[in-house]
Design a protein around this ligand. Structure first.
Ligand code: 7TS
Length: 421
C-alpha cells in the first residue's frame, strides 16, 4: 500500500491506518487487505479496542444499580458516552439519547412504542423506495397491527427521490415520514431538511435513518428539527451491539416504554408499574455497557481526526472511484454523480455478467473486501431491475491506492470471466 498522503483533504490515511491493527492483515498467503465494506461495518482503531479492554480490566460493573465504587465508575463512563453522542448530534439534552442495540432496534422501538400509540386504521406512513429493510419491515408490521397504509416515494433513474411524488403523497393523513439520510446502496444524500419542513407543515412526524449518514456527515438534530434519528455504533468505529435513538423530548416523554424489565421503572407493585424518567424508560435490562463506552472512545477518535476532514476525504475517494471505475467502460454505477452522494459506490457489469457474487469472490482473492447482493434493500434492486449489485464503500482509512487496486482487480475479473465463457 502506498504511503502517499491523501490529496486535497488534509487527512493522512497512512497515519490513521497505523491505528487500525486489522488493516495490516495479509490474506491468502500474501495479499494485503483492502477493506472496502464500510457500509456493512467499519473497523476499530486501537484506541477503541483499548477502551474496551480497559473497561473490562479496570472499571466494569453493572450501571445505575450499585452503591459501590466500581458501579459508580462504570455508570460515569456510560453516561459520559451519552454526553459525547449528545454533542455529536447537537441534541438539546443527554436524556434524549437512548442507547439501543443498533439502528434496527432504534427504529423498531419507535414503531412499537410511538407507532402503536399514534397510528391507526387508515393513517398513512410515508417511506421511500430506497430504504434498508430495517426501515421498511417495522412499518409494514405496524401497518399489519393497526390497519395503517404504507406509501413509498419513488426513486428516479438517476437514483434520487422523486420530490414531486413526495409532495403528492404527503397529506394530512400522513402520520409519519421515515426516510434514510443516505442510501446504503446508491449513496444518495437525501434532502432531509426539506423533507422534515414539508412533513411538519403537513402535521407528520419524521424519523431519519442515520445509519449511513451519522458516521460520515455532520448531523445537527436541532437544525434539522427532526423528531427521531436512529443509527448504529459499529458503522462508525464503535463496537457492535450498540446503537442510538435520538428523540424530541415531548415525543419521548409521551411514549409508553417498549421493553419492560429492570431499570425502566420508578416503582413496581404486583398490580402495576410506574415508568422511570428518560432515558431509563427506554433502556430496560442491563444495557450494552461496554459497547456504549467503546462508542464514546470511537467518537473521541472521530473528533480527533475531524468529521469535516473525514467527509472531504471520502468525497475525494468517491469522485476518484467514479473516475477510475468509469474508465472500465462496461460497468454501470447506480445512483447519482459523486457530488450528490456519500462514500458508497454500487455497480454492475453490463448484462449483469459477471454476476456481483462472482465479482466479490474473485476480488477477495486479491484481498479486496466488498459486499455483493441486495444489501438488505430488495425493493430498490427490483426498481433498478437487478437482483444484486457489487458495492465498495469507504471510510477515513481508505486510500486512492486501494481504489486503484479495486479497478485493476475488476479488470482481471472481467478477463477471467471472458476466458471462462
Ligand atoms: N439503515 C441503513 C440505511 C443501513 O445501511 C443499515 C445497515 C441499517 C439501517 C441497519 O443497521 P444495523 O446496525 O441495525 O444492522 N446496513 C448494512 C449494509 O448496507 N450492509 O450491511 C448492513
Amino acid at each position: 500500500m502506498s504511503e502517499a498522503p491523501c490529496r486535497h483533504t488534509g487527512l493522512e490515511p497512512p497515519t490513521i491506518r497505523g491505528d487500525f491493527p486489522i488493516l495490516s492483515k495479509v490474506l491468502h498467503g500474501g495479499v494485503p487487505l483492502a477493506y472496502l465494506d464500510n457500509a456493512a461495518t467499519t473497523q476499530r482503531p486501537r484506541q477503541v479496542i483499548q477502551a474496551i479492554v480497559e473497561t473490562y480490566e479496570q472499571h466494569y460493573a453493572n450501571v445505575h444499580r450499585g452503591i459501590h465504587w466500581l458501579s459508580d465508575q462504570t455508570t460515569d463512563l456510560y453516561e459520559q458516552s451519552r454526553e459525547k453522542v449528545r454533542a455529536l448530534l447537537n441534541a438539546p439534552a443527554p436524556e434524549q439519547i437512548i442507547f439501543t442495540h443498533g439502528a434496527t432496534a432504534s427504529i423498531n422501538l419507535v414503531a412499537r412504542s410511538w407507532g402503536d400509540a399514534n397510528v391507526g386504521r387508515g393513517d398513512e406512513i410515508l417511506l421511500t423506495e430506497m430504504e434498508h429493510h430495517s426501515n421498511l419491515v417495522p412499518w409494514r408490521q405496524l401497518a399489519e397491527r393497526t390497519g395503517a397504509i404504507v406509501r413509498h416515494v419513488p426513486v428516479t433513474d438517476r437514483g434520487v427521490l422523486e420530490m414531486e411524488a413526495f409532495d403528492r403523497l404527503l397529506s394530512d393523513r400522513t402520520r409519519l415520514v421515515a426516510v434514510t439520510a443516505v442510501s446504503n446502496v446508491l449513496g444518495t444524500i437525501n434532502p432531509i431538511g426539506e423533507i422534515i419542513a414539508k412533513a411538519h407543515r403537513a402535521g407528520a412526524c419524521v424519523l431519519v435513518d442515520g445509519a449511513q449518514s451519522v458516521p460520515h456527515l455532520k448531523t445537527d438534530v436541532q437544525a434539522w428539527n427532526v423528531d427521531f434519528l436512529a443509527f448504529s455504533g459499529h458503522k462508525m468505529m464503535g463496537p457492535s451491539g450498540v446503537g442510538v435513538l435520538y428523540g424530541r423530548r415531548e415525543l419521548l416523554e409521551s411514549m409508553p416504554p417498549f421493553l419492560g424489565g429492570g431499570s425502566m421503572i420508578r416503582r413496581v407493585t404486583l398490580d402495576g408499574f410506574e415508568p422511570a424518567d428518560l432515558p431509563a424508560k427506554f433502556e430496560a435490562g442491563t444495557p450494552p455497557i461496554v459497547s456504549a463506552i467503546g462508542l464514546g472512545a470511537a467518537l473521541d477518535y472521530l473528533d480527533g481526526v475531524g468529521l469535516d476532514a473525514v467527509t472531504r476525504h471520502e468525497q475525494d475517494l468517491t469522485r476518484y472511484a467514479h473516475e477510475v471505475l468509469g474508465e472500465l467502460g462496461d460497468l454501470r454505477i447506480l445512483g447519482p454523480p459523486p457530488e450528490e452522494k456519500s462514500a458508497i459506490v454500487s455497480f454492475v457489469f453490463d448484462g449483469n455478467r459477471p454476476h456481483a457474487h462472482d465479482i466479490a469472490q474473485l476480488l477477495d482473492r486479491q484481498g479486496v473486501a466488498i459486499r455483493a447482493g441486495h444489501h438488505c434493500a430488495m425493493p430498490l434492486h427490483k426498481r433498478f431491475r437487478v437482483n444484486a449489485t457489487a458495492r465498495a464503500s469507504f471510510y477515513l482509512y481508505n486510500t486512492r491506492e486501494e481504489i486503484d487496486l479495486l479497478a485493476r482487480s475488476l479488470q482481471q475479473v472481467r478477463q477471467v470471466f471472458r476466458r471462462r465463457t
